[in-house]
Write a protein that binds this ligand. Structure first.
Ligand code: ADP
Ligand code: ASP
Ligand code: MG
Length: 436
C-alpha cells in the first residue's frame, strides 16, 4: 500500500481537487493524506488571534467570509444534489462550532481547535466529492490515531496499532487529515505549520507502506530555493540524509521532521507536482545519487548568541554550563563554534531568550544578534571533496559571514549570515556551484 499526501494548493480549488481525483485513479488501496485548502490555516490563525485579543466581532466577520467561500467551492465542485445537501449541512455545523468555540474552550485549546478545522473540512469535502463521482472511499479521523506523548514526540506504537486497525477494517481508498493530532492530555493539537508532510511520513512508517508520495505545487526538490533564486532545477534523487538536512535547514517543500520516520522505516519518499504529474519529481531513498553538493537551502529566524569567558582560556566545564542553560529552557542549538575564549551558537526559537540571556550572563559576557539566516550546502560525503569549501566561500566574498560550520555532519556545510544578505548569498552560491 502507498501513502499519498496532497498539500494546500493541490486541493486549493475545485479544479485542483478534480486533478487529485484523477491522480488517484489507480490507487484503490492507498491512504490519502490531505492538507487544508490553501490559505485556510492562515485565515484560521487570524480568527483565533481575533478571539484571543477579544475582537470577537472581527473573528465572526472573518468566519462568515470563509463560510461564503467554502459554499461557493462546494457548489462548484459537487454536482450530485443529495451529496451536496449533506455536505452543506456538515460544513454549516462546522462553522457554527467555529463561532461557538470562543465560549466553550480555554484560550490555549481554542487556537489549536480552530486550526484543526482546515484539514477536517478539506477531507470532508474530498471524501464526499469522490463519492459524488462514484469513487468509493472511507474517511478516517487523524484525531483517533495520531497522538503526541508528553515529550511532544508522536506515539508511534499507538499509531501503528490504531491506524492498522482502521486500515484493515476499511478496505479500499482511505482519506485522512494531515497536520492534526491529539496531545498527551487528549486535547486537539497539531504538528506545527506545514505538518501534513510529517503526518504522511508517520502514517507511511506505521503501515510499512511501499512508498510515500508528497504531491505539491513544484516538480520535486530544487537545487536552491525557487522563491529567491531563478534558474533552480529539480533534483532526481536524494538520500534520506540529504533530504533531512534540506528540510531542516529551510527547504519548505518538506516539513523539518518529515524525513525521519520514512528514513527509519526505509520507505522511499517521492516528491511530485500535482499540476504536472508526468514530471519525474524527486526520489528520496537510502542510496541517493552519490557525492557532491546537491542543493542549497536557507533557514530564517535564527538568533546568534556569543558567550565570552571571563578568563584567558575556556575553563574546564564552561561548555557544559552553557549547554545546561539551553537544556533547561528546552531550546535546541543548530550551529556551534568555539574559540580560545568564546563560544558562538545559534538557536531557532526565541521565546525563552531573555531567561537564557540572564542565565548565560552568570557564566560570561553575552552578545545576542537576532534576524540571522543559516545558509546550508547539502550533499553526501562533502568532506571528501577537496576544494569544495574554498569554492563555496569564494562565492561569498561580498557577504559578511558570521559563523561557519563544517564537519559536524558529512552532509552539510553551513554559514550564518545576516538575513538581509540571505538572497545575495543564495544567488552567489548558486551561480558559483551550479551555473559555472
Ligand atoms: P504544500 O502546500 O504542498 O505543502 P509548500 O508550500 O509547503 O507546499 O511547499 C512547496 C513550496 O516549497 C514550493 O512552492 C517552493 O516555493 C518552496 N520551496 C522552498 N525551497 C524549495 C526547494 N529547494 N525545492 C522545491 N521547493 C522549495
Ligand atoms: N494546513 C497546515 C498548514 O498550512 C498544514 C500543512 O499544510 O501541511 O500549515
Ligand atoms: Mg507544505
Amino acid at each position: 500500500m502507498r501513502v499519498l499526501k496532497f498539500g494546500g494548493t493541490s486541493v486549493g480549488s475545485p479544479e485542483s481537487m478534480r486533478g487529485v481525483a484523477n491522480i488517484l485513479k489507480n490507487e484503490a488501496e492507498s491512504l490519502v493524506v490531505l492538507s487544508a485548502i490553501s490559505g485556510t490555516t492562515n485565515r484560521l490563525a487570524e480568527i483565533a488571534e481575533y478571539f484571543r485579543s477579544n475582537q470577537e466581532h472581527l473573528a465572526l466577520k472573518e468566519i462568515d467570509v470563509l463560510e461564503g467561500e467554502y459554499k461557493i467551492f462546494i457548489d462548484e465542485l459537487i454536482q450530485d444534489a443529495v451529496i451536496l445537501k449533506d455536505l452543506t449541512a456538515i460544513l454549516d455545523a462546522r462553522f457554527i462550532d467555529l463561532k461557538r468555540a470562543f465560549v466553550k474552550l480555554q484560550p490555549a485549546e481554542l487556537e489549536r481547535s480552530i486550526l484543526a478545522q482546515g484539514e477536517l473540512m478539506s477531507t470532508s469535502i474530498f471524501h464526499r466529492y469522490l463519492k459524488s463521482i462514484g469513487v468509493e472511499n472511507h474517511l478516517l479521523n487523524a484525531l483517533d490515531v495520531l497522538r503526541l506523548k508528553s515529550d511532544l514526540e508522536p506515539d508511534s506504537e499507538f499509531l501503528k496499532s490504531a491506524l492498522s486497525q482502521e486500515v484493515n477494517a476499511k478496505p479500499g481508498l482511505k482519506i485522512i487529515q494531515g497536520y492534526i493530532c491529539r496531545n498527551a492530555f487528549g486535547e486537539i493539537d497539531n504538528l506545527k505549520r506545514g505538518g501534513s508532510d510529517y503526518s504522511a511520513s508517520l502514517f507511511g512508517a506505521a503501515l510499512s507502506a511501499e512508498e510515500i508520495q508528497i504531491w505539491t505545487d513544484i516538480d520535486g526538490m530544487h537545487n536552491n530555493d525557487p522563491r529567491y533564486v531563478t534558474g533552480t532545477k529539480s533534483i532526481e534523487r536524494l538520500s534520506f540524509n540529504e533530504a533531512a538536512e534540506l528540510a531542516y535547514f529551510g527547504a519548505k517543500i518538506l516539513h523539518p521532521s518529515s524525513v525521519h520516520p520514512a528514513h527509519v522505516a526505509n520507505i522511499p519518499v517521492i516528491l511530485k507536482n500535482t499540476q504536472r504529474p508526468e514530471a519525474k519529481g524527486t526520489r528520496i531513498d537510502m542510496m541517493g545519487s552519490g557525492t557532491g553538493i546537491k542543493a542549497i537551502a536557507a533557514k530564517d529566524g535564527i538568533t546568534a548568541i556569543k558567550v565570552k569567558s571571563g578568563r584567558m582560556l575556556l575553563a574546564y566545564g564552561f561548555l557544559k554550563k552553557i549547554f545546561e542553560v539551553f537544556d533547561w529552557y528546552k531550546t535546541s542549538i543548530d550551529m556551534i563554534t568555539t574559540s580560545e575564549v568564546a563560544v558562538s551558537l545559534t538557536i531557532d526559537q526565541n521565546d525563552q531568550i531573555e531567561h537564557i540571556r540572564a542565565d548565560l550572563e552568570k557564566i560570561g559576557s553575552v552578545e545576542i544578534d537576532e534576524n540571522q539566516s543559516i545558509i546550508c550546502l547539502v550533499g553526501d560525503e562533502l568532506q571528501e571533496l577537496p576544494g569544495l569549501a574554498v569554492n563555496a566561500f569564494s562565492a561569498l566574498k561580498e557577504v559578511n559571514i558570521r559563523m561557519i560550520s563544517f564537519g559536524g555532519s558529512k552532509h552539510n556545510i553551513s554559514v550564518l549570515v545576516d538575513s538581509k544578505d540571505k538572497v545575495k548569498a543564495l544567488q552567489a552560491l548558486h551561480e558559483n556551484l551550479f551555473q559555472s
